[in-house]
Design a protein around this ligand. Structure first.
Ligand SMILES: [Zn+2]
Length: 102
């Protein structure tokens, strides 16, 4: 099998796992975290970034507590116009900043 197709299969599985994680968040947070961890492990093994798989969904998961992010629920999103950053703050306290362009 070609390398690129292995990668796309891995990406598909990561996407699936992240989608499942998001769904599971309503029922079982621990299981949701497990799915995220699995997705991340797959990403490492096949050298695809899990964050790339979830690019379409924009927001992915917390790198510290592995919880899938859902804005307004466990994720606080705010703008910092001074530094032109979008700040994502997880309920565990972890913060991520992204620069945005005007
Ligand atoms: Zn977190």
């Amino acid at each position: 099998m070609q390398k690129s197709s292995v990668k796309s299969i891995a990406l598909e599985r990561i996407e699936l796992l992240l989608a499942m994680a998001r769904k599971e968040l309503d029922h079982d947070v621990e299981r949701a975290r497990r799915y995220v961890k699995l997705a991340r492990r797959l990403g490492t093994r096949y050298r695809v970034r899990a964050s790339r798989a979830s690019k379409g969904l924009k927001i992915s998961y917390c790198k510290r507590c592995n919880t899938p992010w859902v804005p307004g629920r466990n994720l606080e999103v705010r703008l910092e116009p001074r530094s032109r950053c979008v700040v994502y703050k997880c309920s565990c306290g972890y913060e991520r900043r992204f620069r945005y362009k005007r």
